[in-house]
Design a protein. Sequence first.
Length: 314
Amino acid sequence: MLERVTRCGFVSVIGRPNAGKSTLLNALAGQNLSLVSNKANATRKQLQVIIGHSIVEGSRAYDVQIVFVDTPGLHYQEKLLNKFMLNEALRALNDCDLHLYLAAANDDISHYEKFLRLLQEKQEERKKKIEHILVLSKCDILDRAQLLEQIGLYKKFVSHFLALIPLSVKKNFKPKILLDCIARFLPNGVFLYDEQMATNAQTREIVKELIRESLFENLSDEVPYESDVIIDSYTEGSVERICARILTLKNSQKPLIIGSNGRTIKRIGICARQKIENLLGKKVFLKLEVVVEKAWNKEISKLKKMGYDFRSTL
């Protein structure tokens, strides 16, 4: 009879913007929890996604709780909000037990080399080795010969990573391969969260991100990047009633969000409402208001009020 042991650990998901981090986590969770966009730098905060898994090693069966930490893409800009986003990613390197570095299959290998230099700096600061698994994402964009060539380029770094896993969320995705690999490297320990939880994020925070995701899907250029969402009220019932403000920086951006005869804001609202209803499994009444808030992304005091935690940054 197998001895049953529990394991639990935090696993950061790190990589450049648009590496597929949020897409991977949503696929593992089986629902849309993290903001996904084909535009870079859409994710602004950490989000935890909790996945249960089991493996057998020898005479032991391990029940494993994996707490994934989605992070903003690694990028370097001087704007205040971008500094916060970078800090969110770097903080995960310090806090988590294990790390997944996602590199798009067609990514230049120099970006991974830059990550290794960053990892070396963090290891010297902590005086402790920081372990990671290298994941080649979006492998469906390469043919077999191209993929094998790319894997060959990364193999020269074999002493730096615990494992190399190529995958595509869109084609023949096998979560078990990735989860088995992660589970082998996590520490023994009790579960930190209820086994039914998919995330520790509050529903209001996920709703906010789903509205932001709808902005990215329905607006172009810089408008989604210079906008944010505040949930003003959330009333539970047979129909969830949600009132939210869309903040934007400039007077000229407000009519772009509203659109001619309100068509664009209506489209954004329908898109967001459908996402929220899919998440909650019930009807939703969603009211959106567009407000110009100049310099909302340039002042720490304003960002703090919007839920951006600057206690450990700058």
